[in-house]
Design a protein around this ligand. Structure first.
Ligand SMILES: CC(C)=CCC/C(C)=C/CC/C(C)=C/CC/C(C)=C/[C@@H]1[C@@H](COP(=O)(O)OP(=O)(O)O)[C@]1(C)CC/C=C(\C)CC/C=C(\C)CCC=C(C)C
Length: 584
């Protein structure tokens, strides 16, 4: 009896598990727990009979002085624990590395005659079939290729199934989602194995191995075993995510998908032919991701912390708000801007009208809006959003048009109304989307209170936005600071437009930021009443933006294109701290 194998765990497998858990803990959703538990269960169940066979046939063995003693199906418990912890560690690494990627946009729609990567699929299948036959022969020969053959015969059919179901996803995703989560734990386990074998923790029988080392101390069979098992785990995660992407991306194929889908539902999603994928929806999502990436670094970072289906809806909402705002802002004349707003109102009339068909809405979109904006309108998740905040948002844009050598913002009340319309509404819609996806246990009146707090938070964010953009806005003939504030500081509207960096304007910026932070302080506790899946991500979205306000309050901040910017490393720090923090 000994503890060498247990010490390998204490030294090499448990510390990464703790580290990865701490890193991913704030983002760990119920769906992640379900996914990891499912894979761990499958991995342990699939490995036990195989490993038991290997041990009983003395392909490998454990000297009695290195294991504690208890076994299950002749497998030392330390080894059973290894299957569990390896699957857990590799799965968590995959979850962390794949988090920044919005995976649904890597689904490929296909026409029946033209399956993307058809030949890659066939080549992969032939290779894995060939490998299985090759392994089978090595096992039958019962010579030095036996152990390799047993690894291949056991793993290749499972990889073949995973490949057949998810090859498009596997081939399309960035390498950070595929090769990297396989390579990192494999190399790590190769290093651990080198140390363990050198110390004789486990021994491979000389008769059933090739006797070839990848490097001194690492047998080729062991190297293959870790590579193959990590591939099984990551491909398992990818197949699972492929199913989730199909399930949550195509409401016409899967209306109201459950938050925790059953294996049967997942299989149905995986078996859905790519010819049925809605190409327009995928294009809309791709446009939305690119739009967010280009236009808002704060919300782009925050978006990756949201769970999949909520991320989809928020991206589509962002895309609509951005397109509408840009159409109005980039219009050459006030007349043109007004026309865009009335077209957008007509769009809302159409999509919220019971009597108009979706075909007539599409016709309006095609007749009125430029091609590069259409996907944002078509994909707006209207079924999950009330009409009122969208309409108020357009009324906020209308207020922008009233700037004409004059300002429509006379008082602090006007500023608040404007900010409520352009940003309070956005916050209300974000919360509606959260409640739609993750039904809350709060009473309707408490839910309304949360929406009200969200509204105030939206106003706070808009104040920060205005404080950041004083110079940029002055260049386009707008000063959003209330006229009575300007008067209190002896400034006329014209002076404020011409001298946005005047010391008095700086004092007004400080006053606006104070208001922003006081609204923020009053509203932030309500985030903790949101469904648990949304709390951390909403905190990140809010804090990443408020960090711009904190930067503006410090002296000597960096300005890019006339705007204060927060360096990437600081945005990441804020996101990380925020995810781990709780407001009281
Ligand atoms: C994570 C993610 C994808 C979030 C998307 C949020 C979203 C839908 C944002 C829409 C943004 C937008 C283009 C709106 C049009 C009107 C506008 C310009 C509003 C200002 C945004 C600033 O964006 P940006 O800096 O890119 O704008 P400009 O370059 O100046 O054009 C706003 C400041 C509004 C943003 C407000 C929110 C995102 C609301 C945040 C509040 C919550 C999520 C609720 C908090 C909940 C509680 C309970 C307190």
């Amino acid at each position: 009896m000994g503890f060498d194998y247990a010490i390998v765990h204490v030294k090499y497998t448990i510390p990464p598990a703790v580290l990865l858990t701490l890193l991913y803990r704030p983002l760990f959703t119920k769906l992640d727990v379900f996914k990891v538990s499912f894979l761990v269960t499958v991995a342990v169940l699939a490995t036990l009979p195989w490993d038991s066979y290997l041990i009983r046939n003395r392909i490998w063995s454990y000297p009695s002085h290195v294991i504690a003693g208890p076994t299950f199906l002749d497998i030392p418990l330390e080894e059973v624990f290894f299957f569990f912890i390896q699957t857990y560690n590799t799965s968590l690494l995959y979850l962390i590395l794949s988090k920044p990627t919005f995976q649904p946009v890597f689904l490929r729609p296909a026409r029946s005659s033209q399956m993307p990567w058809k030949y890659h699929r066939i080549a992969g299948q032939l290779f894995l079939l060939g490998a299985t036959l090759w392994g089978w022969r090595r096992v039958h020969e019962n010579g030095c290729g036996t152990y390799t053959g047993l690894i291949v015969v056991w793993a290749a059919p499972i990889v073949l199934l995973q490949w057949t179901l998810a090859y498009q996803f596997i081939l399309g995703l960035p390498l950070t989602n595929t090769i990297l989560p396989i390579a990192l734990p494999t190399i790590y386990l190769w290093a651990v194995d080198t140390l363990a074998l050198r110390r004789g923790t486990w021994v491979i029988s000389a008769d059933t191995k090739y006797g070839v080392n990848l490097w001194d101390g690492l047998e080729i069979e062991e190297a293959l075993f870790f590579l193959v098992t990590n591939t099984l785990i990551v491909f398992g995660q990818l197949a699972f995510d492929n199913a989730l992407a199909v399930l949550y991306t195509f409401p016409t194929l899967f209306p109201n998908p459950p938050n925790l889908p059953s294996p049967a539902t997942l299989m149905r999603a995986l078996l859905t032919s790519p010819t049925k994928y809605d190409g327009a929806r995928l294009a809309g999502l791709q446009d939305a991701v690119q739009r967010l990436k280009r236009k808002s670094r704060s919300f782009y970072l925050a978006s990756s912390t949201f769970p999949g289906p909520l991320r989809t809806d928020l991206l589509l909402l962002y895309s609509f708000c951005r397109v509408a705002d840009d159409l109005v802002d980039n219009a050459a004349t006030a007349e043109e801007a007004k026309e865009w707003i009335s077209k957008l109102h007509e769009f809302l009339d159409n999509v919220y009208s019971d009597s108009k068909s979706s075909r007539s809405s599409m016709a309006t979109i095609h007749a009125y809006f430029p091609p590069n904006t259409r996907s944002a309108l078509v994909q707006l998740p209207v079924a999950k959003l009330p009409r009122q905040p969208l309409q108020d948002l357009l009324r906020g844009f209308e207020m922008d048009l009233a700037f004409n050598n004059l300002s429509p913002i006379n008082s602090e009340g006007d500023l608040r109304l404007y900010s409520e319309r352009v940003a309070g509404t956005v916050a209300q819609m974000c919360i509606q989307l959260v409640f739609h996806l993750y039904p809350s246990t709060l009473t309707p009146s408490k839910q309304r209170k949360v929406v009200d707090a969200g509204n105030r938070m939206g106003i706070a964010l808009q104040y920060v936005n205005i404080a950041r953009d004083i110079s940029v806005d002055a260049h386009i003939g707008r000063v959003y600071l209330p006229l009575d504030w300007l008067r209190e500081h002896g400034l006329t509207y014209k002076e404020a437009l011409e001298h946005p960096s005047d010391a008095r304007m700086e004092r007004l910026r400080t006053r606006l930021l104070e208001n922003a932070f006081s609204l923020y302080e009053g509203a932030r506790a309500a985030i903790e009443s949101l469904p648990v899946e949304a709390r951390g991500p909403i905190r990140v979205a809010v804090e990443s933006y408020m960090e711009i306000g904190r930067t503006l309050r410090k002296e000597g901040y960096t300005v890019k294109a006339g705007r204060a910017t927060v360096p990437k490393w600081r945005r990441l720090m804020v996101a990380w701290k925020t995810l781990n923090r709780r407001t009281d």
